[in-house]
Design a protein around this ligand. Structure first.
Ligand SMILES: Nc1ncnc2c1ncn2[C@@H]1O[C@H](COP(=O)(O)OP(=O)(O)O)[C@@H](O)[C@H]1O
Ligand SMILES: C[C@@](O)(CCOP(=O)(O)O)CC(=O)O
Ligand SMILES: [Mg+2]
Length: 424
């Protein structure tokens, strides 16, 4: 049977309850997928030897179009086929540098000579990097068109970079024939991240490469959550389910203050290297918070108790103050915390901080009227808020042979196309 000519893939955003930044240093973090906030990518095979990438969410009006022949294949050294699995290694900086130049080059891909900023350049380079690394010269593959749709805010701490990376890795592994759409019940990898031969793990590892290009030194938590979904604790590439986390309700407030994860993570690194005697204990204290949360959960308290467990709630404030001491706070985040505190609710920054989103725990004993008032208050000063729970699907894939590009682009609810396959 021939493989589909079009694929639709989707991956969720994530929210970190405890442990952001510290997780980059191998400490434990607690995170869950945001099933309702997802990135979708439509992949269509071409037969003219071109790669087309559309980045409307990053403000590019026109598609970027490159002939495959423009890719610097002589510099591709990162992939070797071993035991039928693609082994990636560290980022091939020489290849990446060439690809970044190609992205800016009007003769190669930027036909409309659009002004391309650094963020757009990185997003395009990630696509070309994965394509060049994954293309198997033996296949008669002749190009692809990529369209992206997303209801995830970009650069707001909800893991849009990981959702983008996971979708790109999944779609390119599919269209380049490295994996097929797994059947229900087929072993696809689940949580066993070390099993390198499973499709899920292959996707996760390539998405991690993409995250490295975007972030510099990611911990891997965001791509793991976007790949496998659910609610988890994560440390040094090992994930565990934290089912109880799924019962908690949160308010997410997007301050809309733009920030960039790469810069924030790099700033924490500088602080760490300059003052290790101060920063290392802070990171250990954050680890203590994640551990305490797991201890509370494992102590057998009922969900109601977890939701109102004052010790668990206080962990939110502790984590926030510690993140502030790593200098990743922002006055807009403090404003959200202040408004929520008027109703005795506790909040912390989530993701890399510096603006972006704030997470507020919605306790069961807080009346809906109060939640409405907080939301009104926050929206009246220009913030955007929505209530959410965590958990749910990771990667989803659809054989989109019967869906046209126009149907994809004009759809108000891509999730409603029938035939999606989920793997958790
Ligand atoms: N829908 C999208 N289309 C293209 N690139 C995206 C998209 N979503 C995210 N990205 C990439 O991810 C970057 C933002 O990632 P980051 O700074 O880590 O913030 P976050 O992951 O918290 O949203 C963007 O600059 C872009 O490179
Ligand atoms: C700060 C960090 O812990 C999370 C970053 O998440 P986001 O890109 O801000 O959604 C970095 C990481 O874990 O790689
Ligand atoms: Mg990110």
């Amino acid at each position: 049977m021939s493989s589909p000519s079009r694929y639709l893939v989707s991956a969720p955003g994530k929210v970190i309850l405890f442990g952001e930044h510290a997780v980059v240093y191998g400490k434990t973090a607690i995170a869950g997928s945001l099933d309702g906030l997802r990135t979708y990518i439509f992949f269509e095979k071409r037969d003219d030897g071109f790669l087309e990438l559309n980045l409307p969410k990053l403000g590019l009006q026109h598609p970027l179009l490159w002939p495959i022949s423009a890719l610097p294949y002589s510099k591709v050294t990162t992939v070797s086929k071993e035991n039928n699995s693609l082994q990636e290694s560290t980022i091939n900086e020489e290849l990446l540098k060439s690809l970044k130049e190609i992205v800016l080059d009007g003769n190669a891909g930027n036909k409309n000579n659009q002004e391309i900023n650094e963020l757009q350049q990185v997003a395009a380079s990630v696509f070309l990097y994965l394509y060049a690394s994954l293309e198997d010269k033996q296949t008669s593959w002749c190009g692809t068109t990529v369209h992206i749709a997303s209801n995830l805010p970009v650069g707001a701490g909800l893991g849009s970079s990981a959702a983008y990376s996971v979708c790109l890795a999944t779609g390119l592994l599919l269209v380049l024939g490295h994996i097929t759409i797994p059947n229900y019940g087929e072993k696809v990898g689940g949580f066993n991240i070390s099993d390198s031969s499973s499709p899920m793990n292959l996707i996760n590892r390539w998405a991690f490469q993409a995250e490295k290009i975007i972030h510099g030194t990611p911990s891997g938590i965001d791509n793991a959550v976007a790949t496998y979904g659910g609610a988890v604790s994560f440390s040094k590439g090992v994930m565990e389910n934290v089912i109880e986390f799924q019962s908690l309700r949160f308010l997410l407030t997007n301050t809309k203050v733009p920030r960039n994860t790469r810069t924030l993570v790099a700033n924490v690194r500088k602080l760490h290297d300059k003052c290790p005697h101060i920063v290392v204990p802070i990171l250990e204290a954050i680890e203590g918070i994640s551990s305490k949360f797991k201890e509370i959960i494992n102590s057998g308290d009922s969900q109601k108790e977890l939701n109102q467990n004052i010790e668990a709630i206080e962990l939110i404030d502790f984590n926030h103050y510690l993140l502030n001491s790593l200098r990743v706070g922002h006055p807009s985040i403090d404003k959200v915390r202040e408004i929520a505190a008027q109703y005795s609710l506790h909040s912390k920054l989530t993701g890399a901080g510096g603006g972006g989103c704030v997470l507020t725990l919605l306790r069961d004993d807080v009346p809906n009227d109060d939640i409405m008032k907080i939301m009104l208050n926050l929206t009246s000063i220009g913030f955007e808020c929505f209530e959410t729970k965590v958990g749910g699907h990771g990667i989803s894939i659809l054989d989109a042979s019967t869906i046209s590009k126009q149907e994809f682009l004009s759809s108000e609810n891509i999730q409603q196309f029938s035939g999606w396959k989920h793997f958790n």
